[in-house]
Design a protein around this ligand. Structure first.
Ligand SMILES: Nc1nc2c(c(=O)[nH]1)N[C@H]1C(S)=C(S)[C@@H](COP(=O)(O)OP(=O)(O)OC[C@H]3O[C@@H](n4cnc5c(N)ncnc54)[C@H](O)[C@@H]3O)O[C@H]1N2
Ligand code: MOO
Length: 405
């Protein structure tokens, strides 16, 4: 044995260590911290996470405003109206003239309340007499249907803390509060390397070749997890191809598919070994997907090795890529979703199982057929993946359900 062989023999890769499923997720989440902040225009920030608190840049509303179409009135009625042809008070038009006691003026929803107005009378609650006087058909209380300046927030109020996911609703709030851009955590760049000479990128499977199911699935899935995925890159099974592809990538995370097992062309372990990578997780006690791995390259970048069987790859995505990307994107974990099983689900004797499930409409989940490691049919019909502990669980038991994008 040469010195080089000896170092390999004692290296951690040579002693496969199966990590419990929950531990693997915790290791992946702890493997990285949030990436630096960047400014993004509102239109480009969806799905990123606030790197700074959202602080109101203005009072909201920023002026006293009418909540209804009708008349701005001053004091108790009846009220005198301005002569016909006088300008109404409309939304977006500044400079409403002051209203004296006993006077009223027509006003639109969202228009600034004229100085001196004490309430808004809704159009359906007022009547104009032939003498041109406005009468109310019901009592008008002081301040009625006036939205006061600052009723929602004052300038400087914190509207959302650091770590908040930028949703469509948050974009609307940010715009209302005066923002054109947001400081958000940069999206991790992820390269997807699809391994395998047997894969076709279009057309029908033939002659022992099959369609690549992972390239088309992983990009959108990674984007939903907050990443910026590149185009899938196809890496042949020849010696050295994976090493070159890893060396050429400048991404924060490289996700590989296939080649994690110990077949003759399974290059992931030997390549990582050759690069001196640190294996943080090397095999997980979960079915499908147990050959999945997580490694850190010398540059500090991470490699998530997903098994080639498509449902096993999804198990690896949910177990390792999701927590790692959650850490890199600064997302806070949502509350675990728990649901009651509508049917018994058999378990693996020692490993956890991830089983595609659908909601049954009354808050329970039922396992789906076509859940074999090489199948996506159950998953594509599903609402989530139930985590079934070793030994299985009976109908009526509660399980954790991992959501799908
Ligand atoms: N002797 C053993 N053999 C295998 C073991 C084992 O423990 N001992 N584990 C099995 C399990 S479990 C899995 S999962 C696979 C993992 O294999 P790899 O990650 O090395 O993946 P491949 O061998 O490259 O492919 C497995 C399977 O998946 C198909 N595949 C691969 N890529 C794609 C793709 N992009 N789209 C669709 N299908 C894909 C590939 O054709 C193979 O059929 O190893 C088992 N073997
Ligand atoms: O567990 Mo493999 O990951 O069954 O397909």
């Amino acid at each position: 044995m040469t010195a080089d062989d000896a170092s390999h023999a004692t290296h951690r890769y040579q002693a496969p260590h199966i990590t419990p499923w929950a531990t693997a997720r915790a290791v992946a989440e702890a493997a990285a911290g949030a990436l630096p902040a960047e400014d993004r225009a509102l239109g480009d920030a969806l799905g990123q996470v606030l790197a700074e608190p959202l602080v109101a840049l203005t009072d909201l509303p920023s002026f006293d405003t009418s909540a209804m179409d009708g008349w701005a009135v001053s004091g108790p009625g009846p009220w005198k109206l301005p002569p016909p042809g006088t300008q109404d008070v409309l939304a977006g038009r500044p400079g409403a003239r002051p209203l004296r006691d006993g006077r009223a003026v027509r006003i639109a929803t969202g228009a600034p309340i004229p100085p001196g107005a004490t309430a808004v009378l809704r159009s359906e609650h007022g009547e104009v007499t032939v003498q041109g006087e406005l009468l109310a058909s019901r009592h008008v209380s002081h301040g009625q249907d006036i939205r006061p300046r600052g009723g929602e927030c004052r300038q400087g109020d914190e509207l959302a803390p650091v770590g908040t996911l930028v949703t469509p609703a948050l974009l609307g709030l940010a715009a209302a509060a005066g923002y054109d851009a947001l400081a958000v955590v940069r999206r991790p760049r992820v390269d997807v390397l699809v391994l395998g000479d047997e894969l076709l990128r279009e057309g029908l499977p033939e002659g022992g070749l099959i369609r690549d199911a992972l390239g088309p699935m992983l990009g959108p899935w990674l984007r939903a997890l907050g990443a910026e995925p590149g185009e899938a890159l196809y890496v042949g099974d020849e010696e050295g191809a994976l090493r070159e592809a890893l060396a050429a990538s400048a991404a924060d995370v490289v996700v590989t598919t296939g080649g994690t097992a110990s077949g003759p062309v399974d290059h992931v372990h030997p390549t990582l070994r050759g690069l001196g990578a640190e294996l943080l997780v090397d095999g997980v006690a979960v079915r499908p997907g147990h050959p999945m791995l997580l490694a850190r390259l010398g540059s500090g970048r991470h490699v998530v090795g997903l098994p080639g069987n498509p449902l096993a790859a999804v198990a690896g995505l949910l177990t390792l890529a999701e927590p790692l990307l959650r850490a890199l994107t600064g997302r806070v974990p949502g509350a675990a979703v728990r649901a009651v099983l509508a049917e018994d689900v058999s378990g693996h004797p020692v490993d956890a199982r991830l089983v595609p499930v659908e909601y049954d409409g009354v808050g329970r989940v039922r396992p789906l057929r076509f859940h074999g490691p090489a199948m996506l049919r159950g998953l594509a019909a599903g609402d989530g993946m139930a985590v079934v502990p070793a030994g299985g669980v009976g109908r009526g038991a509660e399980v954790t359900v991992l959501g799908l994008p």
